[in-house]
Design a protein around this ligand. Structure first.
Ligand code: ZN
Ligand code: ZN
Length: 178
C-alpha cells in the first residue's frame, strides 16, 4: 500500500482514522481505542523525542516520539473503558508519578500523564493514523533526556542552544522534566 494514497488507511487493522485541517486521530494497534487531538496550539502543547530510560523500555526501542495535548482538547472517541493504567514514580527523574494508559487488548501505550502536569496527556506520534503528520505538523520539535554518551536523534538538526538545553547544561534554560 502506498502511503501517498490518502484514500486508503495507512494501517488497515483500524481503517477509520482521519485527519482534518486542525484535528486528527490516534488509534491503538487493534483498533479498539481511538482518540481525537488538535494538530495546532493551544491544544497541541509540544512535540518531542525522549531518550529517558522509561522511553527505552516502554517502546522496546531507543527513544519515544511524543506529543503533548491539553486534556481540555483531547477527545476519547471510543474504547476509553478498554484502557488500563499502570503508574509508578521510581524511574521518573522529577519524582513525579507517571501513569501509562494502554489498550488492554493489544497493549498499545496511548498516552502517559505525569502528576506534575495532570492537565496534559503525552501521546505517541507513532499512533497517529495519518502518517504524513509525523513529518509535518507533528514532527518532533525538540529532544529531551539526552545523556553525554548518546548523541540522540534530533541534535544533528537542532541548534547548539537547544542541545545544551536538552542536556541540562544550558545556563539560561532549565532542563525539561516530565
Ligand atoms: Zn488495542
Ligand atoms: Zn521519556
Amino acid at each position: 500500500m502506498s502511503i501517498t494514497d490518502k484514500s486508503k488507511p495507512y494501517f488497515p487493522l483500524a481503517n477509520d482514522g482521519w485527519s482534518k485541517e486542525d484535528e486528527a486521530t490516534v488509534t491503538c494497534f487493534c483498533g479498539a481505542v481511538q482518540l481525537a487531538f488538535p494538530t495546532q496550539g493551544p491544544g497541541l502543547v509540544n512535540t518531542f523525542v525522549c531518550n529517558c530510560t522509561d522511553c527505552h523500555m516502554i517502546t522496546a526501542s531507543q527513544f519515544a516520539s511524543n506529543f503533548t495535548v491539553a486534556n481540555t482538547h483531547l477527545k476519547h472517541l471510543r474504547g476509553q473503558d478498554t484502557l488500563k493504567t499502570f503508574a509508578q514514580s521510581q524511574t521518573i527523574a522529577s519524582g513525579n508519578m507517571m501513569t501509562n494508559h494502554f489498550c488492554s487488548t493489544c497493549g498499545t501505550l496511548m498516552y502517559r500523564v505525569s502528576s506534575g502536569f495532570p492537565h496534559w496527556s503525552i501521546l505517541r506520534i507513532g499512533t497517529i493514523d495519518d502518517f504524513t503528520l509525523q513529518h509535518t505538523k507533528l514532527k518532533p520539535q525538540k529532544e529531551i533526556s539526552l545523556s553525554n554518551d548518546w548523541t540522540g536523534y534530533v541534535p544533528s538538526r537542532a541548534s547548539p542552544k537547544l542541545r545544551a538545553w536538552a542536556l541540562g547544561t544550558s545556563s539560561t534554560m532549565a532542563p525539561f522534566e516530565l
